[in-house]
Design a protein around this ligand. Structure first.
Ligand code: BGC
Length: 710
């Protein structure tokens, strides 16, 4: 078998640069430029990997060209955005984060990897690990939410899930931790805008999920589009070569994002593609995705002395090594064997699994007078709103090989699960229509007046979150607020199902609706999973991975803020507050109701050398079995730096039968209690620590114990 070293010594400069060039095969367009004459470029050895192409036949055909029609016959790898499922689309990542369950996150990663690998893919552009504290940013939908510890847990679970135990296995795919780093902090929540955060925030908040991915053995990392304090990540030597490669010893492949090397010119740090290519390569970017900057710029950069052959060779070796690890030199067709059927259907087993996963991600935000679950014999239902029968929207953003026509709408799900309940469906206009036709509005009101139960399906379209889908407003799109008001004015209890890729500010609806479920975008089995929750077949267990603001003006709002010198005091004007709005969010991080109730008892702390053990029990005090998540937050009340009022240290999701009590024990070490010093080195200051236990970050509902740790 040929080794990467043998190949490198046989390669021309064009062939080397070819290995560093990744182009879209034009199956799905995910960026502003589209590749032309891919096959011609392939034959000439000018392409090393393809994305946006899947299916056994298509990937076999392209692989055949690479193997049989290029001089050196180096296999390609095939990549795709497999963000929340490949064929069977599961909830969007922000929704999945709501399950607070690393076992689930890993299992869905494994599942997506298996489906993707079966369709000829070797690499997925996931997990997206951008901590996001600004719901205006559309890409908040794609990530783990606002908390760094959750980001770390998602990173580890997803990398292990995607890559499995052996990257060369036919059902394993390489993961790609993206977008390195701090992309979620883009100014004013506007995609691609500049980022300017402190070194401390970078180190404490944004880097750790990526470090966790590297520690879990992630094969590749994608640099963010954005700049950090003026240095675009695509050219950030300090963060790519410095932190990733040297500090964390990452020896995998670093790739650019779509066209990002060329965008170094727009950033204003490169005069031409040659300079752009040189900056990216020197910083540590191995693969140029869709800028053709390496192809067009590196030969001149060599001539101008801006880069060295050794730098190019190092990048080529990393790409070849990735192909070796993926088993492609052993068998370039291992993820695309001859005779395999093209995309398999989403079969019954996959649908069962997708329904269960979706059920784990629906967050019950409000449930006045326990209006939910519906009674066993529910009577008639008015199902109202533009998202009531919107199957394709249920998939959300990034649908990979999922098909909108396979997705089950709320209407279809309810009809299936409640075949005897008369359901009147009234859409009441479109998702973003500025007005509602008078007859459509009248139909909704009539339906609400006549039915025993009123269910209102509101929210965003799938495309309204994700990349290049930012919103300056966080309210309901179009005329949906007017629709909701008309239906609420009927005077019956209204159950709101909210679909969105972000928290939406809709105070009046939260105040007036009897129940609200944050459904995010639940995926292919949306309707059945929602029907399970409404009927009580599934007890809601999900919780918010983001703080839910009352109004866009509160953004950024999250649970880990610092106290400031004048913390809020209602009696004192000169404290930190707004004149026109409370400081508190509508719903705290971790908020999420169940059909049962949980209690916390017997909390004790036991000091140990350099740490503390926190013990206690969680009990299910209600009348149904259910799951909940217990959170342990830490605050260091006096340190030489002001520390966050709540820092999530541990979380545990548990299932409890009726009347069951489960003991828990969390061990906190100096690492959990310490912080980074001025030189970013972990430091620990002995003294008092306040620990907070509870089922959300709502300070009113947390139980506090203080300990001294020496
Ligand atoms: C996105 C990435 C994605 C890539 C390839 C870019 O526009 O930022 O998240 O993986 O396109 O589709």
């Amino acid at each position: 078998m040929r080794t990467p070293e043998d190949l490198l010594s046989a390669m021309t400069l064009t062939e080397k640069i070819g290995q560093l060039t990744m182009v879209t095969a034009d199956y799905a367009v995910t960026g502003p430029t589209v590749a032309t004459d891919v096959t011609g470029a392939l034959r000439a050895g000018r392409v090393g990997s393809l994305f946006n192409l899947y299916g056994t036949g298509a990937t076999r055909a392209a692989q055949k060209v690479a193997l049989e029609e290029t001089r050196l016959g180096i296999p390609l790898f095939f990549a795709h955005d497999v963000i929340h499922g490949f064929r069977a689309i599961c909830p969007i990542p922000l929704g999945e984060a709501s399950a607070f369950d690393p076992t689930l996150w890993k299992a869905t990663g494994r599942w997506a990897a298996t489906e993707a690998a079966e369709a000829g893919l070797d690499l997925v552009f996931a997990p997206m690990l951008d901590v996001a504290r600004d719901p205006r940013w559309g890409r908040i939908a794609e990530g783990p939410g606002e908390d760094t510890r959750i980001g770390r847990a998602v990173a580890e679970a997803k990398v292990n899930g995607f890559q499995g135990r052996d990257l060369a296995a036919a059902d394993a795919v390489a993961a790609c931790a993206k977008h390195y780093v701090a992309y979620g902090a883009c100014a004013a929540g506007r995609d691609y805008a500049s980022v300017d955060i402190s070194d401390r925030t970078l180190e404490e908040v944004y880097l750790p999920p990526f470090k966790a991915a590297v520690e879990a053995g992630v094969a590749t990392v994608m640099a963010a589009f954005t700049d950090l304090a003026g240095v675009p990540l695509t050219a950030h030597e300090g963060l790519l070569d410095g932190v990733l490669r040297r500090r964390w010893r990452f020896d995998g492949v670093i790739m650019s994002d779509y066209g990002a090397i060329g965008e170094l010119m727009a950033h204003g740090v490169a005069a031409d593609l040659t300079e752009a290519a040189a900056l990216a390569l020197r910083a540590g970017v191995d693969i140029d995705m869709m800028a053709y900057a390496y192809e067009k710029g590196l030969p001149q950069a060599l001539e101008r002395g801006l880069v060295t052959v050794e730098q190019i060779d190092r990048a080529v070796m990393r790409v070849l090594e990735l192909k070796r690890r993926l088993g492609l030199f052993d068998d370039p067709y291992r993820r695309r064997p001859a005779g395999r059927a093209e995309l398999p259907p989403v079969d019954a087993a996959a649908r069962r699994a997708a329904r269960e996963v979706a059920g784990r991600c629906l967050v019950l935000l409000r449930n006045r007078d326990n209006i939910l679950p519906l009674p066993d014999v529910p009577g008639s239902i008015a199902l109202i709103g533009p998202l009531a029968d919107a199957g394709p929207e249920m998939l959300g953003n990034w649908t990979a090989a999922g098909r909108g026509d396979e997705a089950i709408s709320v209407l279809a799900g309810l009809r299936r699960i409640l075949p005897d309940a008369p359901i009147t469906h009234a859409p009441g206009g479109t998702i973003d229509g500025e007005t509602i036709p008078a007859d459509a509005l009248a139909d909704t009101v009539a339906a609400a007046e006549q039915a025993d139960h009123v269910i209102l399906c509101l929210g965003e379209a799938g495309w309204m979150s994700g990349e290049a889908a930012c919103r300056a407003r966080l309210d309901l799109p179009g005329a949906q607020e007017a629709l909701a008001r008309a239906v609420l004015d009927v005077g019956k209890p209204v159950i709101v199902l909210l679909f969105s890729g972000r928290p939406l500010a809709m105070e009046e609806i939260f105040d007036r609706a009897a129940a609200v479920v944050a459904c995010w975008f639940p995926g292919v089995e949306a309707g059945t999973a929602i029907a399970d929750l409404l009927t009580g077949a599934v007890n809601p267990a999900a919780k918010l991975p983001v703080t839910w603001p009352r109004h866009v003006g509160q953004v950024p709002i999250h649970h880990a803020q610092r106290p400031g010198g004048r913390p809020f005091d209602a009696k004192n004007k000169y404290t930190s507050k707004y004149l026109d709005m409370p400081n508190t969010p509508r719903f705290a991080f971790g908020h999420g109701l169940s059909y049962t109730t949980f209690g916390l008892s017997g909390i004790k702390t036991r000091p140990m050398p350099g740490g503390v053990v926190v013990l206690g029990a969680v009990s299910n005090d209600g009348r149904r079995p259910g799951k909940t998540t217990l959170f342990l937050f830490v605050r260091d009340p006096v340190a030489r730096l002001s520390r966050p009022v709540l820092a999530l240290a541990r979380f545990e999701t548990m299932h409890l039968g009726v009347g069951e009590a489960r003991r828990f024990g969390f061990t906190l070490t100096r690492e959990d209690l310490g912080f980074l010093d001025e030189a970013s080195k972990p430091t620990f200051e002995a003294g008092q620590f306040d620990l907070f236990l509870g089922f959300s970050a709502d300070p009113e509902r947390l139980t506090q114990v203080s300990v001294t740790v020496g």
